[in-house]
Design a protein around this ligand. Structure first.
Ligand SMILES: Nc1ncnc2c1ncn2[C@@H]1O[C@H](COP(=O)(O)OP(=O)(O)OP(=O)(O)O)[C@@H](O)[C@H]1O
Length: 491
């Protein structure tokens, strides 16, 4: 399967450091060949930043790599083992429908995982067919690229191909494979798996690998494993703050969907909130609202506590002391999250430096938005451009009073009004991937083979802080319907 020419043509530079870990952590396995690969979409700007050549990637042999029919030189396909708490229940998992084909070394000297998602059965497939369908893979492609545009750390999407095979869910669907690019695919669940299935030495090997891959620049102090936990807490605190500030709801924050790198992963049932309400849930499988918007920081802390638990044997030789260190570190999460969130909210309101009254100012605005079902993104956008008539509660006295306080607060800054406006422009997106727009793009692509709607949507989403006239068309929320929007953990 190895083909030297593909390697030379497209610019793949594969390495496979993950295979240096004990074999407990993966299964070497070749992708299942598919009958008729066809390129649906290629992320040319991402390809360029990876040092890959677009024309070669689009060629028959390039597409064969995205389909798993050919492996570039140096690739070493493997399915990664992991476990996870899914809706609080612990399960053994692993790449049941994905393969890491190797780590690509970019011209900037970075090491990124190249993973095929939907590439067939693996030893971890349990009862599943190992496959994915076109709609959900294009959805992941779109939302991950929108997240990147918003400046939120995320796995990226390089390409989607159809396989020429149908897959069967409630109906027959076109099979597809997404090529995902990630800083790594090491998950909290990978550590849970190591703690459950491996020896302390296996766990140590994983922790050392993770440190070297993601935190080599950080200070290990005198306890490198405690430092690892604290660094992950910092990155996740910053990440979850960014989700909250953008109104992003992940939908399925299981421990297997939380990365050690601090990137967002798994775009199954996620969505962006329209009207502000902390209780918003989109996922049809989240009946109890465990992963509601307002719960995300607490769930992240819960997941990180599972990471800390898995790391206990490395934190200290005395268990009691290890637990103390872990608890102490986890306590720090909410503070890290909150300070990033508060600074982000200040920026959304054009405030450069902290003042004690800021928390009250922000809370009052969010309470008004909840009470009046104000659109989250568009309210901040209206405030940015001084278009108060676009704010749902603009006629209300309590909003006018709030607005007066905010203006006074802005007036006390040494920075100019123009500086504040620029800060707000850069902190408040003109567009988010609205559910109805995403659905329309997917329908055109999947039902009619028309990619133009999706391409146009991606163009505006890639630059959400540009505030161009053409973005206005994409800013409106859907017309209210009787049924709340629900996402399905589509495959
Ligand atoms: N069709 C399938 N066949 C086999 N395994 C599957 C299938 N769909 C999902 N899985 C496995 O079930 C688990 C949970 O699935 P989930 O939808 O959260 O993940 P995913 O979207 O496949 O992967 P990722 O988290 O890598 O984005 C994962 O271990 C996944 O590999």
């Amino acid at each position: 399967m190895t083909d030297q020419n593909t390697n030379i043509d497209a610019g793949w530079k594969f390495d496979h450091s993950y295979a240096s870990l004990p074999e407990l952590f993966y299964s070497k396995i070749n992708p299942n060949p598919v009958p008729a690969p066809d390129l649906v979409i290629l992320n040319t700007s991402l390809a360029a930043s990876l040092g890959l050549k677009t024309e070669a990637l689009k060629s028959e042999r390039g597409v064969a790599v995205f389909a798993g029919n050919e492996m570039p030189a140096g690739a070493l396909p493997l399915a990664q083992a992991y476990a996870g708490h899914q809706f609080a229940y612990f399960t053994m998992l692993g790449d049941g429908r994905a393969l890491l084909i190797g780590e690509h070394l970019t011209p900037a000297g970075e090491r990124v995982d190249i993973q095929l998602k939907g590439s067939g059965r693996t030893p971890y497939s349990r009862g599943g067919d190992g496959k994915a369908s076109l709609g959900p893979m294009l959805r992941e492609y779109m939302i991950s690229e929108a997240m990147h545009g918003l400046g939120i750390p995320t796995t990226r999407s390089l390409a989607v191909v159809t396989t020429g095979q149908s897959i069967y869910r409630e109906m027959e669907l076109p099979g597809a494979i997404l090529t995902r690019v990630a800083a790594s695919h090491i998950r909290v669940g990978t550590f849970q798996y190591a703690a459950q299935q491996g020896s302390v030495e296996d766990l140590r090997a994983l922790a050392d690998y993770t440190w070297n891959r993601h935190y080599a620049e950080a200070d290990p102090g005198d306890n490198r494993y405690l430092a690892l936990l604290k660094e992950v807490i910092k990155r996740q605190g910053e990440l979850i703050a960014k989700w909250q500030l953008a109104g992003f709801i992940h939908g399925v924050m299981n421990t297997d969907n939380m990365t050690l790198s601090g990137e967002t992963i798994d775009y199954g049932p996620c969505a962006f909130m329209d009207a502000y309400n902390p209780a918003t849930v989109f996922s049809s499988i989240d009946r109890e609202g465990r992963y509601a918007y307002g719960n995300q920081p607490n769930i992240a802390a819960w997941n990180l506590a599972r990471l800390a638990e898995a790391l206990l044997p490395l934190l200290h030789e005395e268990e009691e002391k290890a637990v103390e260190l872990a608890e102490d570190a986890i306590q720090g999460f909410i503070d890290v999250f909150y300070s990033h969130w508060l600074n982000g909210m200040r920026a959304k309101l054009g405030l450069f430096h902290p003042e004690p009254e800021d928390e009250g100012l922000i809370k009052t605005l969010l309470d008004l938005m909840t009470e009046h079902h104000a659109d989250y993104t568009n309210t901040f956008k209206a405030l940015t451009f001084g278009k108060l008539e676009d704010v749902a509660m603009s006629g209300r006295d309590d909003f006018r009073q709030w607005h007066g306080h905010w203006q006074e607060r802005l007036g006390r800054q040494t920075k100019s009004a123009e500086d504040a406006h620029q800060l707000m422009r850069a902190s408040n997106p003109a567009v988010i991937p609205r559910n109805h727009r995403v659905e329309a793009a997917l329908e055109a692509a999947v039902e009619r083979g028309d990619l133009s709607v999706l391409e146009k949507l991606l163009t505006v989403l890639r630059n959400p802080y540009a505030h161009t006239v053409e973005q206005d068309e994409y800013a409106a929320p859907a017309e209210p319907t009787t049924y709340p929007y629900r996402t399905f953990c589509g495959t």
